[in-house]
Design a protein around this ligand. Sequence first.
Ligand code: UD1
Ligand code: CA
Length: 459
Amino acid sequence: MSVRIVVLAAGQGTRMKSKLPKVLHPVAGAPLVGWVVDAAAGAEPDEIIAVVGYGADQVAAVLPDGVRAVQQAEQLGTGHAALMAIDAIGDVEGDIVVVLPGDAPLVTSDTLSRLIAGHREREPAVTVLTTRLADPTGYGRIVRDDAGEVVGIVEERDADETQRRIDEVGVSMYAFAGGELRRALNEVGTSNDQGEMYLTDVIGILAQEGAPIAAVEAPPMEVAGVNSHDQLADVGRVLRSRINQDWMQAGVSMLDPERVYIDPAVELDPGAVVFPGVHLRGTTRVAAGAQVGPDVFAEDSVIGPDSRVWYSVLRGAEVGANAEVGPFASLRPGTVLGEGTKAGTFVEMKNTSLAAGAKVPHLSYMGDATIGEASNVGAGSITCNYDGFQKHATVIGDRVRIGSDTMLVAPVSIGDDAWTGAGSTITRDVPAGSLAVERAVQREIPDYAARREAKESGE
Ligand code: UD1
Ligand code: CA
């Protein structure tokens, strides 16, 4: 008895008013459908099938390896989508076929496992996942007989007074006996508002035939579907809070978890501290004792132990132990900061490494540069790394003192223990231990102010 989970992800999602297929809208660091497929995978089925249609290639591209994409060329409804899936599978007799909407990302592996186990135990035609809502308005109500057996789902518009008071509702997630699903789908018509084949009609057909229907109840927190941007934001809050709760359980400290945005693949060590306004994206890692934020955007970056990063943007950057970044630093790909280094206020770096103890404290751009141990780059210094055609390297040795406002015209190298004078434009290599100064000799014009004053007043 194989278990196959079918995720319906072929619709455009017109209510999103967006060209991007609805199931690709990012939420908490992953596309909507990614969360559903992940939950499905956690229930350990024999196969996961995603039905794709609108933007099929784009949607198929985000599916993890091993998930089969099945085409639904025309979106003729949820029932039709399920039919495409079982046609692709072939023989489903004796299989359990779980069908999930691709736009309901809060469902957990645990709940799906319970749905499958419940179905296995009772072997009905279908097991309906249900939940209880304080306000069930709009949802199909689960009708049970005196013995508590499910006898059908009544849509809101067809429900009588008594049925409308039922707080148990269907949530569009089902485990079917494969053969029963195929048979019932062949009877589903298209005489409804949208002229589509509704998966929900399958339940009506089975109920009418008196086929056994079972139900498994899910927590109301797990059932929300996304049809609009405000609902996307709502589920995003729930997913983020689950991620943040897990990290806090693991020993990460957060001042205000509602203002912390951590992608699913990010890793933090116990003892990391995260302040509000922090976005940790992609494969970012944060080590113990690091203080991140307020207001940091770090993507695919490493933040080392006991370092401090605040009010800054890091993309593909690596920050070593005990380093300090910001406020207002921009570290671009290839930036590697060694132990005890500093990239300070209004500092931009790209493809640049700082060896242990090196500092670039203020108002500088360092691109394609290698900066040696314990060197200091004075305020306002810039690597002129681009000649309009090519990028060139700047090599700065150990214990170097780059004077404030030095222009380092690359390619250029500064030897160990060398100095540059403030305001110098350095175009030639500087030997170790020497001072390079490049600036016009200063002159003073005495009494200039008084003579200027006289000239202006027309004397
Ligand atoms: C559906 C249910 C509704 C339920 C709601 C819960 C039906 C007819 N309606 O309505 O009872 O309360 O979900 O979230 O089943 N899809 C396809 N192919 C299609 C049409 C849709 O793959 O031809 C996919 C969509 O991409 C989406 C999912 O099915 O992921 C649900 O479609 P949607 O249009 O959002 O259905 P609802 O109107 O929300
Ligand atoms: Ca929906």
